[in-house]
Write a protein of this length. Sequence first.
Length: 712
Amino acid sequence: MKQYLLYILNIAIAMMSCSSGDDSMDNEEKPIPPILENITISNQLTKLGETYVEIFATIEGDNILTKGVCYSTSPNPDINDLKIVENTNDGYFHSIIKNLDRGRTYYAKCFATTTQGTVYGSEIEFTTYTDIEITTTTTNVDEFGHLTTWVDLIVHGDSIISKGIYYSTDENLTIENCDSVITITDPNSLNSDLCQIRLELKQGTLYYLHGFAKNKNNKTKYGKKEQFKTLGESLLEPEIEITTLPVKDITKTTAISEGNITHKKNVDISIVGICWSQTENPTIEDYRNEIQYKSDSFELQLSNLEPNTQYYVRSYAITDIGIIYGNVQSFRSLHDGTFIIFEDSNFETFCLWNFDSNKDGQISIGEVDKITELDISRKNISTIPEIQYFTSLTTLDCSNNQLTSLDMSGCTSLQTLNCNHCSMTFLNVSGCTNLTTLDCSNNFLRSLDVSGCTSLQTLDGNWNIWTSLDVSECTSLQTLNCDHCNSMGSLNVSGCTSLTTLNCNQCNSMTFLNVSGCTSLMTLNCKNCLSPLSLNASGCTSLAKFDYRIYKEDDTRFTYLNMSGCTNLRYLDCRGGHLLTYLNVSGCTNLEELNCKYNDNLTFLDASKCVSLKILECGSLKLSSLNVSECTKLGNLDCRSNQLTSLNVDGCTNLDILDCGNNQLTSLDVRRCTNLTYLYCMDNPNLTTLYMRSSQHLNHIYKDSFTQIIYK
């Protein structure tokens, strides 16, 4: 009996062992859940109104089934909330969310769905406007002797059918009793929040200005009154500019900050100083250190700082016209000890894995201060203030992260910075004197401080929301890319003598582009800019070709075009724009062909000293006079259908074909056009006299019967 029981027990144990083994095998053979494809989403808000928002997104990845935007009045929306699905095969899309409530806060995310799940972009928070909002700012400039005021008019609102400005020297101006009203109804300009308006006013005069806008319901809203004084030699306006330099000699409780008064005129300065705080834009009401004014450059200590704390600092001057502040610099005080305290766990994990040489589970300053190259791209990092301890860094790649701000100011060893495809709204690289390459594309940057970046050669800032961009101190800059920056109203790169390539295509709010004095510029692309554009390219002596003929609706249309002194320019085509009023090609000594016809608002054309010009087509304009007497190689001149009362072709000894029909000429002298074979001057109702030489034998001459030929 005992043997029988033992036998049964052994069988039971064996069966239990087999069962356990089977479970183990089942666990080993259980399939691994599929991994979601690598999907990258970058999204940004491009336009906001009272009841709508426009969002642009780029999506990279494979096997995408659907994509679009989901939104809600609560944070962290997903595809179960309200959504818009975009049916496009491109890697980008542009969504418009309509029928939103006025003055309400919303949250939106772009998404992409595959067979294995849904990926979301970063969350966008926005609050719709409660009403039409209007902002105006004015800038006085001297454009080669022309004293000019530029007005930036910004209008936010739904269904705007007209907008504009009115101004006067009377402080109590209204739209009915002002000096002048400028109204904009062009659809392309109305579609852009920002419009730049050019005024030529009396010099040294105080003006008052209002912006206004009207929607489709005939509701008119007026902006706040702004006052400004125009430039003028006799006007003694006080002027002062202060620059705050990057903070240096940082410890856990102290730092050194420098200020520099870079420009002053008609200003009495009594005190200069430095103010600082833990919030942006400090004033003298915060912490400060000041001294009596003795020199334009001053250096002061910041004391009683808290360890491992972010500070903002700016210089100031107390003057007879008030307190004048410089730009803001930021820095972080050192922590209390030799070990780095990280704010972002992902960045800390990366550093521990790569730089913890003694494996003590901490990162000391000595373990990172000799590192020259750092690649932390695609690590899901949201902040890296500890980068200040990487003092020997020459190359940093922090692209494709969740960074919202990055301060690299004063990193004098840095040569290459790649921070594209983040979510940055703030980037400071001022004082990076050795920086040569900067890629900050595909972010949400409205401004960029590159002051002191004297070695910068390449700047890629595509797909941002710049409102302005100043690279005037980047004297080594060779390539500038800022395509698809739809909030940028103006771009000034004048004096960048090393610049060879400029791309600013599809900047739909840009109305003013200044590249004057860029003597190395060979490639200039500003195509598909929907707002009427004023371009000053005078003195671009390396530019050889400029082809901006209008082919389709979204081609760039110029209102002002100054190409004077472009001595290497050989071909210029700007026909068909309809908005161009000013064209200057004087001194383009190598220009051979100019075609500007069908610009039916063009009233000014200067082609003086174009000694190589062979073909000039300027028909269907509004010119009242034309002087081409210095164009000695001109062979073909078409100036028909203008309003010419005066035409000077003296010195055009090579002129072969002249068509000046349908004008207002009273007389025409072609005696010095010794090679002329074809002349058409019909439909000039006041042309009574045509002067010719008896030795001239034209093959074809077309004139009205009342036009008398006088041989002299």
